[in-house]
Each structure stands twice: as C-alpha cells, then as structure tokens.
Design a protein around this ligand. Sequence first.
Ligand code: CO8
Length: 260
Amino acid sequence: MKLVTLTTEFKEHILHITLHRPKALNAINSLMMSELKEVMENYHRVWPGTRGILITGSGDKAFAAGADIREFVGLSPQEASELSRRGHETFQLIENAHLPVIAAVNGFALGGGCELAMACHIRIASEHAKFGQPEVNLGLIPGFDGTQRLPQLVGKAKALELLMTGDMIDAQEAHRIGLVNQVVEPGQEVSTAEKMLQKIIHKGPLSIKYTIRCVNANYNPIEDGTEMEISHFGHLMASEEGKEGISAFLEKRKPRFHKE
Ligand code: CO8
C-alpha cells in the first residue's frame, strides 16, 4: 500500500500507524483521511495476522493539531459536509474495528486530532500531550463526531465546557475527566500502548470483538446492547474460544486462543 501522509509498521501482530505531516503538526488533510480509511478497510488483507492497531503522531510535538485548516478556504457547504461525512465514516471504522485500537498521544490532540484519539478504544497520553476542541475559535464546530464522543467520555457538562470555551487542557486534566486512560512520561506512550495491546491481543479474539461491539451498542440508539450481549454471550459459550478458555481454567493451564 503506497501511503504519503501515514507511515506503517507491522510488528508482533500490531499494526503501527503514524500520522506523518510533521511540518503541519500532523494536521489531518483529505489525503490523510483517505489513507486512514484505506488502511482501516484493508489491514486484514495487507497485514494478515493483525490483532491490534496503535495510532500515534510523528515527532514529539503533535499527535494531530486538527483537520487541515488550509483546506477549509473556499469550501461550499456541500463540500464541507462531504469532508465531515468522510471523517465520520473513517473514524467509525476505527471505533467499530473488530480488534483493539489504541491512540498513543504524543503531543497536541486538537480538533480533528482529539476526535481521532476519541474514536480509538483507549488513549495513552504523554505528560506533555494537550487536548482540546478549539473549533469555536474558528467559528466552527467539530466535524468528526466530537460533539458526540466527547460527552460519552467526559459527561455532558464538561464536554459543553470544552466545546464552548475551546480551552486546551493538559494530559493530567484529560486523565482526571476521563478523556485519557493513562498518562505516562514523555516517550513512553507508544511502549505503554504496545504493552496494553499485547495484553489484550492474547485474550480470545472473538471475546474482544464482541466486547467492543456490545459496548459501542450502548451508544447507538438503533441497537439493543443488552440483547446483543445476551446473544453474543451464548455464541461465545459454544465457540471454540469459549470452550478453550473454560477447559484451560479447569485444567489449570494457560488458554491457547491463537493458532500460531
Ligand atoms: N491545520 C493546518 N496547519 C496547521 C494546523 C492545522 N490544524 N495546526 C498547525 N498547523 C501548522 C501551522 O500553520 C504551522 O505551519 P507553518 O510553519 O507553515 O506556518 C505549523 O503547523 C506549526 O504550527 P505553529 O507555528 O502554529 O506551532 P505553535 O507551536 O506555535 O502552535 C498550535 C501549535 C497551538 C497547535 C497551533 O498550531 C494551533 O492552534 N493550531 C490549530 C489548532 C486548531 O484550531 N485545530 C482545530 C482545527 S479545525 C478541526 O479540526 C475541525 C475537524 C472537523 C473538520 C470537518 C471537515 C471539514
């Protein structure tokens, strides 16, 4: 896969995706969005054996400082909505991935950058990371689902405060309000995310897939997460994976969920 705005590396079953426009603080332009979509749609085929995905930014200054503001000039309402829709579709591929996706936030995660981090299942932040939705400073609102995902993570009142003030918060504050899962020393965010992914990808892949699906259903008004959990629980019990996990416990051995 030929990519210009992203770099990828595949190691130990983890696909590392790095946003790579360091001179523009990894701002997400339309090419980067298309490439991210292409990777999310094709990782199974291009990197068979992928069990987890890690997304980070290149350099030590930014994860992504937002959507690329330079591309906004002269957009018609239809073109702007179309760009927004493409972002939604791409980030939904991340949120609904069948495997864990962790953001290792190494610096500014603003606007679309914060929205990308929020679409991931888990966020590990460097101490010097900064988060915010500064769109109101531009006379805009978030366009990649920030108005929807931020309240899910931090609650309505705090989300409205961040969205309406446009204030930037540091990693400790982001952790305190539930926007990030863990704060680590600068330079440790990728290795910490890798370690967490390694732990998760050694569980049963079907149970991880169903966990993501059931939790996401809780936030989707057209899905019934409770019924989904009941049905997936039943399915797992009769699956090879469920049988192996239960047998391993009873036989006092480690489960073998993956055929190496
Ligand atoms: N877009 C384009 N270029 C950017 C962006 C951006 N979002 N952020 C930074 N850059 C560029 C700067 O223009 C600068 O380029 P140059 O050197 O050519 O002038 C370079 O990156 C370095 O930036 P600074 O010199 O500004 O670096 P500082 O350390 O002084 O400041 C900041 C860092 C605070 C991050 C500052 O760059 C900044 O405020 N950036 C903009 C942050 C922002 O407003 N983000 C939200 C954008 S809107 C958005 O994300 C909406 C998402 C939904 C879109 C829906 C589809 C249309």
